[in-house]
Design a protein around this ligand. Structure first.
Ligand SMILES: Nc1ncnc2c1ncn2[C@@H]1O[C@H](COP(=O)(O)OP(=O)(O)OP(=O)(O)O)[C@@H](O)[C@H]1O
Ligand SMILES: [Mg+2]
Length: 363
């Protein structure tokens, strides 16, 4: 098996008696991008700082190419770890030209450095910018210089902490993609911190979803989105509808008929979560509801409470006849039923997530 370029084993960091990072284990292969994703304060930056070597763990090990750079006894200084850093508040040296900023961390002859700088300027599309000074550049151009500077010494590992959050949306997509291409091409392992699910989905080969210092789920974006570990993990990526029910004989009653909820004792409570885009409004057999199918189960009737046009789609909120619960559906295109309209809804059973009710998540 290939040795991971970067490996974190059971990292724990305590501040004031609280585990801010707790037992975090993950590995990143060369050319792979792993996103640490989670809400504010969950320990993402602390994890990154430990890997960078500017903070120390209370226990656990950091390895680069299989060699420990930080364990209980020995800590390689940050500059000797082969790790590049790119943070949100990256600072270029204002008194150095673009070329000198990029050359800053390089060793070797003057000619070697000049060659490497030219190569990087070309890669970040700033070939003619070498003699300019940071204050003469736009935000996006400065960001590309910071990227070139971080890449110049060919780090084996790149740590990025919300590096694109200062950029406007249009600029961000382009820079994000160009950055990824460069890093992948160089075989760099990337650990990228973000609290935005969209950014993680877009950038990551693998997502490590963090909550309160722990990694609660780890996997490819597709798996995390479509097979979330718990209700909070499902709700982190999109709005979700939650249908609450009680198990009787491995079945739970819902507005959409009985759901199989096996493996749970009679009387226990379950949450059935469904994303709004997986609720469908039936237009074909208005009033009567569609024929039940094994995949979609039976239809349920609801009254439109409100409908909002969102551009590409519309968000329609229903009060269900069955139990008065509220469900939200997103429908593509312009479809704005009036409040008070009765409609039939179907849901994609294969897109529902069933979780035993967890008090904390339900609060
Ligand atoms: N040096 C410190 N001393 C005490 N507490 C700290 C220290 N550094 C971080 N913390 C605490 O550790 C927790 C995690 O902080 P961290 O910066 O890792 O969060 P984060 O996931 O990066 O959040 P954000 O998305 O807001 O940047 C926070 O509650 C923070 O207050
Ligand atoms: Mg942070």
């Amino acid at each position: 098996m290939q040795v991971p370029r970067l490996e974190l084993r059971n990292l724990t960091r305590r501040f004031g008696g609280r585990n801010v990072v707790e037992d975090v284990t993950l590995s990143v292969a060369p050319g792979q991008v792993t996103c640490l994703l989670g809400p504010s304060g969950c320990g993402k930056s602390t994890t990154l700082r430990i890997v960078a070597g500017v903070d120390r763990q209370d226990s656990g090990v950091v390895l680069v190419d299989g060699v420990p750079v930080s364990d209980g006894r020995h800590h390689t200084p940050p500059e000797a770890r082969g790790i590049g850093l790119m943070f949100q508040d990256f600072a270029l040296f204002p008194h150095l030209s673009v070329a000198d900023n990029i050359a800053f961390g390089l060793t070797g002859t003057k000619a070697d450095k000049a060659r490497r700088v030219a190569e990087l300027l070309e890669r970040v599309n700033l070939l003619t910018f070498g003699e300019k000074y940071p204050h003469e550049l736009s935000g996006g151009e400065q960001q590309r210089v910071a990227l070139a500077r971080a890449l110049a010494p060919r780090p084996r590992v790149m740590l990025m902490d919300e590096p694109f959050s200062g950029l406007d949306e249009r600029l961000r997509d382009g820079i994000r993609d160009a950055t990824l291409d460069l890093l992948k091409e160089a075989g760099t392992a990337v650990l990228l911190v973000t609290h935005e699910p969209d950014e993680a989905m877009r950038m990551a080969d693998e997502i490590a979803l963090m909550r309160a210092g722990r990694v609660v789920q780890q996997g490819a974006p597709y798996n995390i989105y479509n097979n979330p570990a718990d209700l909070a993990a499902a709700a982190f990526f999109s709005d979700v509808n939650v249908i609450c029910g009680q198990v009787q004989g491995a079945l739970t009653r819902t507005p959409f008929g009985k759901f199989l909820t096996p493996g749970l004792p009679d009387g226990s409570m379950v949450d059935i979560a469904i994303r709004p885009q997986h609720l469908k409004i039936d237009f074909d057999r208005a009033g009567r509801g569609p024929n039940p199918t094994p995949q979609d189960g039976q239809a349920a009737r609801g009254v439109v409470q409100r409908a909002r046009y969102m551009g590409r789609e519309s968000l329609v909120e229903f009060r269900m006849d069955f139990d008065g619960s509220i469900l939200r559906a997103t429908v593509p295109g312009v479809f704005l039923p009036r409040a008070g309209t009765t409609l039939w809804l179907m849901l994609r059973r294969d897109r529902c997530f069933v979780f035993p009710t967890c008090r904390q998540a339900a609060e």
